[in-house]
Every structure is written in structure tokens, then in C-alpha cells.
Write a protein that binds this ligand. Structure first.
Ligand code: AVI
Length: 324
């Protein structure tokens, strides 16, 4: 057997502490008048598996639409980027879209960054098995907080390309998205690239359906955040006391996901208790939608040149190639 096919990937572990989760939950549930919980904590093993299911739902158009665009533009991307790069994927999840790039770009190394440790390791190992010539360096980290990338010690000067698919950029506010891209710009050298998938503004019925699917997977994904609080932080939350709802906020151009309290109730966490009125909501996620030019301007103000953009025939989703 080829020795390369048995290479075991080793993890660079920058996983946030459990304390960070507790603190974020206490802060979010103390916030008035709107209680909140940060969406980055959706992704434990169960949440990551639910998110994979969401990506296959008929109502959730972003995944298949972005895959279609990536397949159509991969040759052009390969030409723009050139060979022998280190590709850094911010929030790699199941690492499905990366395979389209790996099949077209002649990359030297792949650094997937993800907060969900086991999911990351599993996906990274599969990539390493399927692409034996590729150096795979998984990093367990909260990419939104990471200022510096771990050094690629095998070749510290290797040119980089960033990959931020799935419109995860939309889970930041517009201001945070600008800050995140400025931070990524600092991690890259002039001439390096960043490929970003961005969901576009569209008819609100389509947006609402995508985040309120009929089979209830998005609801389970949202409720799983409460389950995590119960399991990991010994919280006392009545999971049946909440329902999922996603609304489109026209003014802010974003889908907002909420957990709606079905009764007057208390959430207990250690010696703290948080009161919820009937119909009061916990705001768990924002998913901002952009216009093409609005996003290009944001990228330019963060230090990138908006080099190329591809969309699908419906103009539902966009893939941007930004040059540092
Ligand atoms: C990961 N992120 C881009 C997804 C989105 O569309 O905002 C998360 C998601 N939330 C509900 N459905 C999918």
C-alpha cells in the first residue's frame, strides 16, 4: 500500500474553552430588551450533522446553488490562482465544496479551520485519504476570533488563498463582516486571493422558506443550541417550551432566527435564572443578504480588489474572487 494513503492528520488545537461558551450564554440571556445567543455555538457534533442535513433540504437553495457556481467557475479560478498554494478554509464543516477546488486547483496544502473538533478531524482525514499528495493541516479554532494563522512550517512563505464559502460571511453583521475581511487581509500577502460565497437579496418568500423548512430540520438545529446548554453547562431549559421562527428583516436585509418562548418560564444556569415572558424570543442568528455591488464595496474597503464575481442564472447566490 502507498504509505501516503495511511497518513494520519494531526490537529492544531486552538479550541475555545468551555468557559467562553458559559460566559457568552450568560451575557446573551442577560441582554435586554432582546435576549440573544451567538450562532457560532450551533456547531457541536449534533449541530454540525443537522447543518449538513439543512444543506440538502429542497428549501435551502444556497448550498446547491453555490456548488453549481463553483463547478462552473473552477477552471477560471484555477487560472487566476495558479498552482502550489496553501488554501485556508474558514469554517470548513464537512469540507464538501473544497473538493471542487481540490479537483481543479493544483494546491500544495490545505488548512481547514473549524470550531467543531471531531467533525473537523473526520472531514480532514477523509480529504487526506482522498488527496494523498496534499498536505492537510486541520486547525480547531473559532475563525472569527483568530488574528494570526498558525505558520505552515513546511513552507512558511507559500502563497495563500482563502476560501470562505456558504455565505457564512452573512452570519456576521455588515460591520463585523468588514472587520473579518480586514483581518483575513492581514493574514494574506499582496497578490494572494480570497474566494467568498455570498447569498444575495431576493424575493422574501424564498428566504423565509429556506429558514423555516417544512421537515423541521432548521427548527431542530436552532433548538439544539438549548440542548447544548443543558448538556454542557448543566442548564435547566424546557426544550418543549420553545419554538423556532425565522423572519426577514427588510430594513437590515437579513434573516433573523429566533427561539420563541411558548409560555412564561425560567431558564436556570447554575445559580442564575433568566425570566422569559410568553412569546418573548431569544435571537440566535442573523443571515445577511447582499447586493453584488454592496458586497464588492465592503471587500474593497477591507483591503481587497474585487477581481471577479460569478452568479447563478437566477442571481440567487454569488461567488467572489477578491485579490489582496
Ligand atoms: C452557516 N450559515 C451560512 C447558514 C446560513 O444560511 O446563515 C446557517 C443556517 N442557519 C439556518 N440555516 C442555515
Amino acid at each position: 500500500m502507498d504509505a501516503k494513503t495511511t497518513t494520519t492528520v494531526s490537529l492544531i488545537d486552538l479550541e475555545p474553552e468551555l468557559e467562553d461558551f458559559r460566559q457568552a450564554v450568560v451575557e446573551g440571556l442577560s441582554s435586554a430588551p432582546q435576549k440573544t445567543l451567538p450562532c457560532k455555538f450551533f456547531y457541536d457534533a449534533a449541530g454540525s450533522a443537522l447543518f449538513d442535513q439543512i444543506c440538502g433540504l429542497k428549501e435551502y437553495y444556497p448550498t446547491r446553488t453555490e456548488i453549481g457556481i463553483l463547478e462552473a467557475c473552477a477552471d477560471e479560478l484555477a487560472e487566476l490562482i495558479g498552482p502550489d498554494r496553501l488554501l485556508v478554509e474558514y469554517g470548513s464543516g464537512s469540507s464538501i465544496k473544497i473538493r471542487i477546488l481540490l479537483d481543479h486547483l493544483k494546491l500544495a496544502a490545505y488548512m481547514p479551520l473549524d470550531i467543531s473538533r471531531d467533525h473537523l478531524l473526520h472531514s480532514a482525514q477523509k480529504i487526506a485519504n482522498d488527496y494523498p499528495a496534499l498536505d492537510v493541516l486541520p486547525v480547531c479554532a473559532d475563525y472569527s476570533q483568530l488574528t494570526n494563522l498558525p505558520e505552515y512550517s513546511a513552507n512558511p512563505g507559500l502563497r495563500k488563498v482563502g476560501f470562505f464559502p456558504g455565505s457564512s460571511i452573512g452570519n456576521f453583521t455588515r460591520k463585523e463582516a468588514g472587520e473579518f475581511m480586514r483581518n483575513v487581509a492581514r493574514q494574506l500577502q499582496p497578490g494572494d486571493g480570497l474566494i467568498v460565497g455570498v447569498d444575495l437579496k431576493k424575493e422574501t418568500g424564498l428566504l423565509r422558506a429556506a429558514y423555516n423548512d417544512q421537515s423541521g430540520v432548521t427548527a431542530a438545529f436552532n433548538i439544539n443550541l438549548l440542548k447544548r446548554i443543558n448538556e454542557e453547562l448543566s442548564g435547566e431549559i424546557n426544550l418543549q417550551g420553545f419554538e423556532h421562527n425565522a423572519v426577514y428583516n427588510e430594513e437590515l436585509g437579513r434573516i433573523e432566527m429566533h427561539l420563541v418562548s411558548q409560555l412564561e418560564q425560567q431558564i436556570k444556569l447554575g445559580d442564575q435564572a433568566f425570566e422569559l415572558a410568553m412569546d418573548e424570543t431569544i435571537h440566535t442568528e442573523n443571515s445577511h443578504k447582499y447586493d453584488l455591488t454592496e458586497f464588492q464595496q465592503l471587500a474593497e474597503s477591507a483591503g481587497f480588489k474585487a477581481s471577479r464575481v460569478w452568479t447563478d442564472a437566477n442571481n440567487w447566490f454569488s461567488v467572489h474572487y477578491l485579490e489582496r
